[in-house]
Design a protein around this ligand. Structure first.
Ligand code: GRF
Length: 193
């Protein structure tokens, strides 16, 4: 059944807990996707360890080695060309992609963001939600378009903000939902093909 599976490239920059949720989901024989390779723009990303432990090929493309965003993106596209890839999953990938890259993969790049978009695009989402006295937070998985954190939404998961929450306690509550949402979205997109 491997032939019918959706081939994922997962792009990371760090911890890789969302990558782990996808690795774990892919262990189930009935999960309709597999991870072709993991790409990181940092050589010390812990997610690379997770991929290696799971026997998944990894590529490290260091953005600092390239003079422009576009040449960095060319190097990433060269890595993509080495593997079967149907969908690129950004999972804590901390580089902004330009139209040069995004337009080569129309509707084939998705991202997970730790807020209920369109609220709190960018960084420090939990701090900002708490500072605004919000009652609810969550995560969003969306298609990637050139404008940051702005593409069509595929799925959101909501959590309450509780009295006494800190950015850390809230982040942990949201992250739990992120780990449920990403495999759900992959299942949904794979089954839609
Ligand atoms: C997650 O909160 C994700 O929503 C955001 O970056 C974080 C990555 O965490 N884009 P991890 O590397 O998957 O553990």
């Amino acid at each position: 059944m491997t032939e019918n599976k959706l081939n994922l490239a997962v792009f990371i920059s760090g911890r890789g807990s969302n990558l782990q949720s996808l690795i774990d989901a892919c262990q189930s024989a009935d999960f309709p996707a597999r991870i072709s390779f993991v790409l990181s723009n940092r050589s010390d990303a812990y997610g690379l360890e997770r991929a290696r432990k799971a026997g998944i090929p990894t590529s490290v493309v260091l953005h600092r080695d390239y003079p422009t965003r576009e040449t960095f993106e060319d190097a990433m596209m060269a890595e993509l060309a080495k593997h079967p890839v149907d969908l690129i999953c950004l999972a804590g990938f901390m580089r902004i992609l330009t139209p040069h890259f995004i337009n080569r993969w129309p509707d084939k790049i998705i991202n997970i963001h730790p807020s209920l978009l369109p609220d709190y695009k960018g960084l420090h989402t939990h701090e900002r939600a708490l500072a605004d006295g919000k009652k609810e937070a969550g995560c969003t998985i969306h298609y990637v378009v050139p404008e940051m954190d702005s593409g069509p939404i595929i799925m959101q998961k909501r959590v309450p903000i509780l009295p006494g929450d800190t950015p850390e306690t809230l982040a942990a509550r949201v992250l739990e939902q992120e780990h449920i949402a990403y495999p759900e979205v992959i299942r949904k997109l794979a089954n839609k093909r």
